[in-house]
Design a protein around this ligand. Sequence first.
Ligand code: DPM
Length: 321
Amino acid sequence: MTSSVSAEARTIRIGSRKSQLALVQTHWVRDRLQESYPDRKFEIHTMSTQGDKILDVALAKIGDKGLFTKELEVGMLAGETDFAVHSLKDLPTNLPEGLMLGCVTERENPADALVVHEKHKDKQLETLPEGAVVGTSSLRRLAQLRHHYPHLEFKDIRGNLNTRLAKLDEGNYDAIILAVAGLQRLGMGDRIHQAIPAEVSLHAVGQGALGIECREGDTEILELLKAIEDVPTTQRCLAERAFLRSLEGGCQVPIGVNTSIEGDRLTLTGMVASIDGQQLVKDTVSGNTADAETLGVTLANRLREQGATEILEVIFREIAR
Ligand code: DPM
């Protein structure tokens, strides 16, 4: 026996959801890693998650504890895969024991996008007719748009991107709201009618970035992942996630954020709104990028002082019903 056999590097197994968007994202991660480590072997293992299977119930009602991540996490803990690629916004802020956020990749435009039915192609959010039906299953988008545009109606919409676009085109909705990042990654950026400004819709925590989850202390994987880490995106997302964690909000509550970095200064804006859009508290903090998580906690405390706790209590009760 020679030692070269046992010294040969093992194949790295990557967990991914099966949706078209998830696969595009996972292939992107795999390709970048393959470029950085041409001698290593990477293999993608796909799985369906609860969120992929339950399509007829409003998202907020199914609960948010790892709706799109649980099955992938079980795979890692069982040693069947080495890390999983997620849309960071679908990754809960508290991870199961033994797992960690291994790295965050460079963010795409994190804004929400308005996509309209053909008959409204000369319209914007503010000029859509009274009673126009906007499709979204996001309480965050719903609350903020109701706040700014009380003349619009809102209706739940589920399914993958293609399904949603088909429902829009068939005339079931006048417009739908999707993430700019998802549409762009799928090569459907031409469907973006309007990138909704942050003043109207603060995006979800982590939106537009990919989060790689791995086993805690897996030094080999953590070392590999450094090749695809984006430091400014990581700092922004750590602040956003600390904010959400402090508010004990899952990914299905009306909580939105916006972040920017200039030099070593990180600015974080956050809001909490009631589902009817009547109450909305919003504030901004800034500080050193090294204190990203502390900034998130500070902002959460400020919003609690402005009434966020009471707004969230009502929502948690409503969702539980
Ligand atoms: C989460 C939300 C939605 C997804 C809630 C929110 C949108 C649900 C809906 C937490 N996850 O944003 O307030 O509109 O019905 C999801 C999308 C992406 C990742 C699709 C989308 C792609 C963008 C990205 C679903 N998760 O938001 O249109 O990677 O950030």
